[in-house]
Design a protein around this ligand. Structure first.
Ligand code: ZN
Length: 305
């Protein structure tokens, strides 16, 4: 087994230093399209620049990208998730599953699931950068495979990453071996992209059971749940999202958001709410940290096993 970095901070700093070298300036070329969806262009248009009907308005990257961002195997978040009626905090007795961090400091961790894509993820990264905020991104393997340069950007800009399975199935419907395959395959891909194995895991739709927690824990992970749900997965309007955050927020909170959507999902409200969330929390004296910082746990582990 190769030796590798195992200290989260070191990994993140290394990523920060190397990111500029590794990151591609331009996403991999996709077939030029004049309108979404690109698949509706039988035969294509020979020669013309993208969006030739409006030469001053280049085709947005996310439109070129749409066919390349895979959908979630378990279905859209909006159709497979319900808000919890009872908020959860702290950790479970095994100290594998975490809902929030210590209440002793006014720290909070923003988390973004289901990325990366080329539509919402870059907008969220831009806002975080403008505000000097570091967050944690739970990455779907198929989407990392489609957009490795965006995973490199996330790490290069100082954010933590975690494993969010290969294709986002409902783990409670899989066999132990299938769960293991979902996790290890993603781990190996992320290692090949950023050079380390993340030590954080978040189950799709938040679905777990004691067996899954035990199995994932035995693979060297901490399972990161959340204590504040913005309900952005439901297309919640911005003012309502702000209400949820204000109501559920405590020191040590882990806030659930999303940074990528399938073809049927629109996370525009997430993008709109983010600057308000940051401003509101800063005004209340909170500082933003990554999940490994909040929980004082490693960001990386030694192997995919
Ligand atoms: Zn998810």
């Amino acid at each position: 087994m190769r030796k590798r970095f195992c200290i989260g901070t070191t990994v993140l700093m290394t990523g920060l230093l190397l990111g500029g070298c590794l990151q591609r300036a331009v996403p991999p070329a996709a077939p030029p399209g004049t309108s979404p969806p690109p698949a509706a262009q039988p035969g294509g248009v020979p020669g013309p620049a993208p969006n030739a009907a409006h030469p001053t308005a280049p085709t947005p990257a996310y439109e070129r990208d749409r066919p390349a961002t895979p959908d979630l195997t378990g279905g859209p978040e909006s159709q497979n998730r319900t808000a919890r009626t009872t908020p959860r905090e702290g950790t479970d007795p095994s100290r594998i599953l975490y809902f929030s961090g210590p209440r002793t400091a006014k720290q909070v961790a923003l988390t973004f699931d289901d990325g990366p894509d080329l539509r919402f993820t870059p907008q969220i990264l831009d806002i975080l950068k403008q505000n000097g905020v570091k967050a944690t991104f739970f990455i779907v393997g198929t989407r990392a495979q489609a957009h490795p340069e965006m995973v490199r950007r996330i790490v290069a800009e100082g954010h933590a990453i975690g494993n969010h399975t290969w294709d986002h199935p409902k783990l409670t419907k899989l066999t132990p071996q299938q769960i293991r395959d979902e996790v290890v395959r993603t781990d190996q891909l992320l290692d090949s992209i950023v050079g380390y194995y993340p030590a954080l895991f978040r189950p799709p739709y938040g679905l777990t059971n004691p067996d899954i927690v035990r199995e994932i824990g035995a693979m060297g992970y901490k399972i990161i749940d959340w204590s504040v749900d913005t309900r952005d997965w439901a297309g919640t309007p911005v003012p309502q999202m702000m209400d949820y955050v204000r109501t559920e927020l405590r020191p040590g909170a882990i806030i659930l958001e999303h940074c990528a959507g399938g073809r049927s999902e629109d996370l525009s409200n997430t993008v709109s709410a983010l600057p308000q969330i940051i401003d509101t929390l800063k005004a209340q004296g909170y500082t933003f940290v990554t999940v490994p910082q909040l929980l004082n746990i490693p960001a990386a582990k030694m192997s995919a096993e």
